[in-house]
Design a protein around this ligand. Structure first.
Ligand SMILES: NC(=O)c1ccc[n+]([C@@H]2O[C@H](COP(=O)([O-])OP(=O)(O)OC[C@H]3O[C@@H](n4cnc5c(N)ncnc54)[C@H](O)[C@@H]3O)[C@@H](O)[C@H]2O)c1
Length: 359
């Protein structure tokens, strides 16, 4: 039987999810919900990455003006939540409590307490909750992860990530500009790199952030481990376009990615000529949605985005915001890290752990 899917919030990302779901076999998009009916007429989603732009066909799909009415109609088994970030927690908890699986856009929520509520609601309802951290699925980032974790080129010495664009202007009510609704640039945009850093290197001990609210330089303290930094901006001019990039320096190779270069990803090994490694076709959105569908269908796959990690990412970003405000290095629960190391490490932590001595 087809998995029945609904989209909650039909703006830029709702349209992207819609197109990805429609391309997936064994799925029927049965419903779309938006509080603003103009959304149903806006058939051309735009986004900062832009890979999924195109006409959205909405025939054969029931349209609703609220999540409650969509749930009452009993037409969905799972939903993609792609509404302004301050609404994620309440909508996700409502859907989960109604027995519906939830794929929720990033950020999971704007505070840790409501992330915990979401985790509790998913566990009580025994439903899948996944935060759409698309960068964990983005082909070049997946290759970089594999190369780092595979150990072929030694340990990571340093890694730097960049995410640069102009302030988002596509939202009808300009909610991105309202920090109470979006969390601001750090939680809306920079979170992609924070999450990937947390995924690849584990929880940092502390963070140090310089800059202004619209342009930051962040450094993640991994003790004697790798030197990890990230730069993010909403202060670029619109003709600059959108850049996401990284440079990961290992002991015996350098991995360089830039979405605006061709080829996008190049490995510069210590021995031999530079090369562009093979990577999966498509983008992170389609892969994350296929992964979520596999989890919902009960396939034996290891979750790529455990909700506790998505919550940790929100926590790191909040501490980064505080570090920026106070102009101080802020710790991230060293006590927890100590407690953890005394216990048997979880498999994923063993996999993530990098040697303490960087050369
Ligand atoms: N993963 C990514 O690359 C990426 C990119 C852009 C945005 N996002 C995230 O996706 C989410 C949505 O962003 P967007 O750019 O699509 O915003 P958007 O403004 O384009 O679309 C949001 C839509 O949600 C609707 N909406 C608001 N409240 C609602 C509610 N209670 N119920 C139903 N619909 C409601 C609005 O009317 C609007 O149509 C945000 O959390 C944002 O941070 C992720």
């Amino acid at each position: 039987m087809n998995l029945r899917v609904g989209i909650v919030g039909f703006g830029c990302m709702g349209g992207t999810h819609y197109n990805c779901w429609r391309a997936l076999p064994g799925v029927k998009v049965t419903a779309v919900c938006d509080i603003d009916e103009r959304a149903f007429a806006a058939l051309r989603p735009k986004g900062n990455i832009g890979t999924m732009a195109g006409v959205v066909e909405i025939e054969g799909v029931r349209l609703f003006r609220s999540l409650d009415s969509m749930l009452e109609a009993d037409v969905v088994d799972a939903v993609s939540i792609a509404t302004p970030s301050d609404t994620h927690a309440a909508l996700a908890c409502t859907a989960l409590r109604a027995g519906v699986h939830v794929l929720c856009e990033k950020p999971m929520s704007l505070d840790v307490a409501s992330c915990n509520e979401m985790i509790k609601a998913a566990s009580a309802a025994r439903r899948v909750l996944m935060v759409a951290h698309c960068i964990r699925f983005w082909p070049e980032y997946v290759v970089a992860c594999d190369l780092v974790r595979g150990g072929r080129y030694g340990t990571v010495v340093a890694a730097t990530f960049r995410r640069m664009g102009a302030k988002p202007t596509w939202a009808k009510d300009s909610w991105f500009a309202d920090e109470k609704r979006s969390g601001g640039m750090l939680i809306d945009l920079h979170i992609h790199d924070t999450d990937f850093i947390r995924y690849l290197f584990g929880m940092p001990r502390a963070v140090c952030v310089h800059g202004a609210s619209n342009h930051v330089f962040a450094r993640y303290d991994y003790g004697d481990g790798p030197l990890v930094t990230a730069e993010a901006s909403w202060a670029m001019t619109s003709c600059y376009g959108f850049e996401m990039s990284f440079c990961i320096t290992l002991e015996r190779a350098v991995l360089v990615y830039d979405n605006r270069r061709s080829p996008t990803l190049t490995v510069y090994p210590a021995d031999g000529a530079p090369f562009s490694p093979p990577r999966a076709k498509g983008d992170g959105y389609s892969s994350e949605i296929a992964h979520f569908a596999a989890l919902v269908k009960g396939k034996r796959v290891t979750p790529v985005v455990p909700s506790e990690e998505a919550r940790d990412t929100v926590r790191i970003c909040l501490v980064e915001k505080e570090a920026l405000k106070r102009r101080e290095k802020m710790p991230l629960g060293v006590a927890t890290a100590k407690k953890r190391s005394a216990a048997k490490p979880r498999t994923e932590d063993r996999r993530n752990r990098l040697p303490q001595k960087a050369t």
